[in-house]
Structure formats: C-alpha cells, structure tokens
Design a protein around this ligand. Sequence first.
Ligand code: ADP
Ligand code: MG
Length: 426
Amino acid sequence: MNFNEMNLIKPILRAVEEQGFTSPSPIQEQSIPLLLEGRDMLGCAQTGTGKTAAFALPILQQLSKSKSKNIRALIVTPTRELAIQIQENIEKYSKYTSVRSGVIFGGVGQKPQVDMLRKGVDILVATPGRLNDLVSQGVIKLNKIEIFVLDEADRMLDMGFIADIKRILKQLPAKRQTLLFSATMPKEIEKLSSGMLKNPAKVKVAPVTCTADKVSQCVYYVDKKNKVCLLTSLLKKEDIKNVIVFTNTKHGADKVVKLLAKEGITALAIHGGKGQTARQTALKSFKEGTVNVLIATDIAARGIDIAELSHVVNYDLPDVPETYIHRIGRTGRAGLTGSAINFCNFDDLQNLRDIERHIGKRIEELESKWPMVILEKTEKPVREPRAKQGKKDEAMTKTEHVFVQKEREKKLRERDRNRKFGKKRK
Ligand code: ADP
Ligand code: MG
C-alpha cells in the first residue's frame, strides 16, 4: 500500500512525502479510507503506531473542501505535551493547505491562546481542563464541530478526566464524526465509546509485543539504595546516546536529578508536578540533544515521540505490564535498535514476573556491582567513589551471587505459594 493509492489530495500527499513517509503504517492504512468515508471509529493502538497522521490526514482533507470561520475539528488529548506534539504534526501535514490549527492547554496564561482563537482556527487541539474553561467563558463554541477526536482515552480516564469529557460531549452537535483512540480497551472505555460513537469501524493494530521485540532488554537486581550508583555507572560507561529514565513518582524523579547532579551528570525531570515552562524546556533540550538524560514519570512521558532514542531505563519497574510496553516502545522505533535496562529491587520481583509473562519471555539478567541483597534493611548504600573509578571492582564473588539468586528464587516460590493458598490460611 502506498499513500498515493489512498485518495488523498495533492497538498496533503506532498506534505506527507516531505515528512519522509514512504508507506502508511498499519493503523493509517486501515483508518484513512474509513475516515475519508465519514465513518466513526474506535481505534485500539499503542503509542508510536502513527495515530496522529491516521486521523489528521482525513481531517485535513475534509476541512479543505470548504472554508469557515468556526472551529470544525476538535482533538482532545490528556497532556499538554501530547497536545503540543499533535498540533506540531498537524502543522506539518497542513503546510500546503489553507487549514489553520491551534493548541490550548492549562498551566500557562490564557491570553495568547485567546488571541490565537480570536484570529480563528479550523482545527483545535486541546487538553480537557483548559478547553472547558474557555468554553464556559464563552471564548470557544463547540456547536460547529464536524469531527471530534478523543486521543489516548484510557489515559484520560486514568487521569480523572471523565467528567470533563462528558461536559465536552454535551456541547458538541449530534451530527458529527467521532473518533476514539485508546491503547487499551477496558470496560469503561467500551461504555464511553458506545455512548459517543455511531456504528463505529473498529480498527485494531498488531499487539504491542511487536515493538518490544525490537528492543533488547535486560535486568539488574539492585537494592533501592544502590539504584543511583548503578545508574551513574551505566551513564558513565555504557554507550548511551540519550536515555529516558522512568520513575514511578514525581518525588523520585526529582531525587534522581539531584543525585545525578552530585555525580556531575546533568539530567532534567519531566512530570506532572512541574510547571509548563519547565516541562517544555526539558523536552526541548532533550529533543535537541543539549541534555541527554531525561527523568520522567509515565503521565508526562506518555506518547511523547523522540526520534532515535537509544535507551530507556526503568529505574522503578511499573506496576502494570502494559506500562512497561509503553515505556520501552519509545526506543527501537523506525527500525532502529534500542535498549531497555530494568532495575529490579526486592519489592519489584512480582512486577518483573508479570512483565515477563506479558511479553512472553524472560528478561536477561545482568550482574551489577550492587546486587540485590535479601536483607536489604541491614545493608548500607554503597557509593561509587568518583576518584576511585579506575580501581578494581568490589563485585560480589560468583558464589555470593549464586547464593543471592537462590534466595531470590526461594522467596519468589514462597510468595507464589502464599498467593495461592493465602485465603485458606487466613
Ligand atoms: P502515536 O500517536 O500512535 O503515538 P505518532 O502519530 O506520534 O504515533 O507517530 C509516531 C512517529 O511515527 C512519529 O515520529 C511520526 O512522524 C512517525 N510516523 C507516522 N506515520 C509514519 C509513516 N507512515 N511512516 C514513517 N513514519 C511515520
Ligand atoms: Mg499520539
């Protein structure tokens, strides 16, 4: 399949060609013809599958047919970063059309956004909170929307945006084309979609493990206290061009930035607790390569597209296996190889098991200088002295390592057994 065979108009094809896209991605190939026909759609696809162009190209084609002073397409997405990224992409794809787009999000003053809206846009990309604010202020009217896209719907629900979405839906005209995209399809999403979509085409693209297959994965068993030592040494030794380090909490992300700074490594954090400017600056510096280490939480990093990301580090393993796939799917894109390095401490062992089950294979284990010791509480953190880096490793002997391994397996078996019989014993 080729973009030329999709009945797209010349100005759009030209822009797509300029992006260097040779053929449509699977989701694009499936969605574009259906959307050009005006169908509603329920799309199930992970990040990095090319959803933006899948909905943006048909929208551009539709809006190019006639002119209007109103907002005619609305794309709602959970985070500011995603909103910005989507609008940047639309800008590129619409380069040779007269369709104008704009983006609004919270956390910054609304004045420039209001000015932009006054000038008029055909396509608006928005986060739910700011959108509702401006709607209630009367700055935005949604009664002329022809196409509505709800992007990353599952994440939207996780972030507690359900009430906002319902408010938005009430403002939209009944006659419209509606698209809903979600990486996962839990019950709530199915319910939401049945209320907002009419006879939708269901499009699903290949299971995510495909992405995971292109990424080499390994795990270090390391105590919590020693994670930063391990990270420092990896950043210094390994051939890491650029890396996103995932932590499970905002606090954790900030802490890692501080600890790395002490070791002379510059990193920036991106998470929901940061101001908008700080988040954008961090992202920009990382994309441009002035900073090579980005410490991120899931929400802030979701969907962010960094071309040529060489490494992902799971400083904390995620609780949900799907999140693991999302995280590591950021590297190894577009045929490049990528590496995912996982840190696993004792509390994470069950999560690691769940992840391995989800991806259907074992993750290769590597030895570190700071292995996980079973009696974590009595153990003191080991700092790698900066001056002594050339000196001989004080690594565990093989026997010690094997011992730790065996203990670990034993604990895991016990844990599994307790899980199975836990109820009866109580
Ligand atoms: P998603 O929204 O599914 O996470 P994006 O739309 O952000 O994915 O696209 C992910 C990356 O793939 C972007 O860098 C985009 O430019 C690129 N891309 C999209 N479509 C194609 C294509 N047909 N060929 C090559 N690259 C593409
Ligand atoms: Mg996207």
